[in-house]
Design a protein around this ligand. Structure first.
Ligand code: ADP
Ligand code: MG
Length: 339
């Protein structure tokens, strides 16, 4: 997958903005490390005695997970599975598959890891962007759907139709941020904040004991932000059509696919930010809620408001913030609180 230069530059600028907001100045800056993995820039900052050792472990873990989940790497577990159409999953892939299935059910199919043939058809897999026609999409859609996968949760054995391919891209970075945060807590550290692409996860408090301030990107201009969230021990994950896209004949096509239509989701939202203690859930939900759109996202939140909170930005750039985080969110623009 190839992001546009513009997007890459915007992400770098954003990372700098984010760092400026998230981190204190002076010698309590923590130890930082930048990594490029999972097709994205990652920035990790750790405070405390064993910061370097924790960062080494984190980097190894990210590389290990990238090696399991990368669809672009032919020897990854996911590529081998996509090639052979069956296999016994590793511990990580079992966890991810089972969580993906739960999120698929929770979101009425909006989150679906069997969309990979569609990612390929649109060119997001290799960078040869194209617009598939209706026939091609309906042919591919016959083999999209997690109910078509045979999975034994006792043994971890999976079997799927010949035409099917899996893609953990909508959940992998959230899982990695969760795993890495848990792993680093085993070291003598006081706090950590990691940003894996649009996935931020924090542990502990800043050295001055205040909460972390996490910027929420402006979906129209990703070098700026629309608001700042104060959080502790939470994942903050944003999905938006601006992350990866291409343009053809004046129309923009992005990388979050609506599994019902096979086309880039067009639900009227510019971005969805999910705040949740569980990084894997945060990532899966941010992708799914972007597909579902405002009304269904609000319904879902109302029945799961103890599990997550969210910030939605609609096509007129209006922001909606759920009650659970409304007092932790600061924006110069007016926003509506969802109860
Ligand atoms: P990003 O990877 O840009 O941070 P997301 O977390 O929203 O954003 O993930 C988008 C990725 O998820 C796509 O690149 C693709 O790999 C995968 N994906 C796209 N549509 C869906 C979907 N409906 N359900 C699950 N995964 C999806
Ligand atoms: Mg996601």
């Amino acid at each position: 997958m190839r992001a546009k230069h513009k997007t890459i530059i915007a992400v770098i600028i954003f990372a700098a903005v984010c760092a400026a907001i998230a981190l204190p100045s002076g010698k309590e800056q923590g130890v930082k490390r930048s990594i490029f993995a999972m097709d994205t820039y990652m920035e990790l900052t750790v405070y405390g005695h064993d910061a370097e050792a924790a960062l080494d472990a984190a980097e190894n873990e990210i590389m290990r997970l990238d090696g399991l989940l990368s669809t672009g790497n032919l020897s990854s577990e996911v590529s081998q599975l996509n090639n052979k159409k069956s296999g016994v999953l590793s511990k990580d892939c079992r966890y991810l598959f089972e969580r993906s299935k739960q999120i698929n059910e929770m979101t009425d199919g909006a989150f679906d890891i069997t969309i990979y043939p569609l990612m390929e058809a649109w060119g997001f897999a290799g960078g040869d962007f194209r617009v598939p026609d209706d026939d091609e999409l309906s042919r591919l859609l016959k083999y999209v759907g997690m109910s078509l996968v045979e999975y034994d949760d006792e043994t971890g054995e999976l079997k799927m139709p010949q035409q099917m391919k899996l893609d953990f891209g909508g959940i992998g970075k959230g899982y990695a941020s969760q795993r890495v945060t848990e792993l680093m807590r085993g070291y003598d550290i006081d706090a950590s904040v990691i940003s894996l692409g649009g996935n931020v996860q924090t542990f502990g408090r800043k050295p001055d004991k205040s909460k972390w301030k996490i910027a929420v990107k402006n979906p129209d201009d990703t070098s700026s932000y629309i608001g700042v969230l104060s959080v502790m021990d939470k994942a903050v994950v944003t999905s938006g059509g601006y992350e990866r896209f291409f343009e053809k004949d004046g129309v923009s096509y992005h990388h979050i696919i609506d599994p019902r239509t096979g086309r880039p989701a067009n639900s009227g939202l510019l971005s969805v930010t999910v705040v949740c203690g569980d990084g894997t859930l945060a990532d899966g939900l941010s992708t799914a809620l972007y597909v579902l759109g405002m009304e269904k996202a609000v319904d879902l939140w109302r029945s799961h408001s103890n599990e997550f909170d969210m910030i939605l930005v609609d096509s007129s750039k209006k922001q909606y913030v759920t009650d659970g985080i409304s007092n932790l969110y600061d924006s110069e623009a007016d926003y509506e609180i969802i109860y």
